[in-house]
Design a protein around this ligand. Structure first.
Ligand SMILES: C[S@@+](CC[C@H](N)C(=O)[O-])C[C@H]1O[C@@H](n2cnc3c(N)ncnc32)[C@H](O)[C@@H]1O
Length: 232
């Protein structure tokens, strides 16, 4: 703090993320006891609360990669939107028609509303509080060109909901997972095998377009993304 005068508070991450809201415990070290702050990324402003809603600055390249894939006029569904880091990035840097943005954490949805206002993207983003599975079943079937699934711990059990949200003509699902891989194994291939098996069992016509390691998250553990092209 004596070197970086703008730093007002210092907290230590005291646990890994857990629970439905994907939060971690924080240990207070120095300065003000506040966990709310403003984070800026590629021209976007995000109000975040490190104690009450998920946030990671380490996904900024992945947000940029997804934004660059979006075609003008697409309807995008973000099933696990948090405070809106993907959704707002897309609304500002691509030209979607709408970005439906669901989260189950009321604080995340409150901050998402704030961030929509701060970034002036109210015409593009539709925030929805609730469980993604239920929201899709009741109001968002067959509407999306593209579905984002940034909940790596549980995306597998939401795959059928993502398919339900896609338009009957097909589209894209960006599927995130955590995967362990031995030295001789490829984590992306392991996720591809598991997802392909499930999609085949559901009778889906699809192509795995590309997969990549988003980031390492521990010894031999990786966050992986698959870009799944679902045919109509
Ligand atoms: C890993 S965070 C990602 C948030 C955001 N996409 C980002 O990158 O900052 C996953 C989010 O999913 C939300 N979540 C967990 N279960 C959910 C569910 N069943 N339906 C909707 N949102 C859910 C959590 O509250 C959390 O904000």
């Amino acid at each position: 703090m004596s070197i970086h005068r703008e730093v007002k508070a210092v907290w230590r991450q005291a646990s890994s993320v857990s629970g439905d809201y994907r939060l971690r415990q924080l240990e207070f070290l120095l300065g003000e006891r506040k966990t709310e702050t403003i984070y800026r990324e590629y021209g976007c402003i995000f109000k975040i609360d490190l104690d009450k809603a998920y946030f990671s600055p380490r996904l900024s390249y992945e947000r940029l990669r997804i934004a660059e894939l979006i075609q003008t006029g697409e309807v995008v569904l973000n099933m696990f939107a948090g405070v809106g880091c993907y959704s707002i990035f897309i609304a500002k840097h691509s030209e979607p028609l709408k970005v439906y943005s669901i989260d189950i954490n009321p604080v995340a949805i409150h901050l998402l509303h704030e961030n929509i206002r701060l970034n002036r993207v109210a015409d593009k983003i539709v925030p929805i509080k609730g469980d993604a599975k239920k929201v899709i079943e009741t109001e968002l079937q067959n509407i999306a060109d593209r579905v984002l699934m940034p909940l790596p711990e549980r995306a597998y059990s939401y795959l059928d909901s993502a398919l339900l949200a896609l338009k009957p003509t097909g589209g894209w699902a960006h599927y995130y997972a955590f995967q362990h891989a031995k030295k001789t194994e490829d984590p992306v291939e392991k996720v591809e095998e598991k997802v392909s098996e499930k999609l085949h069992s559901l009778g889906v016509n699809f192509k795995l377009d590309s997969g990549r390691i988003v980031r390492p998250i521990g010894p031999r553990w990786y966050q992986v993304v698959l870009d799944i092209n679902v045919k109509g």
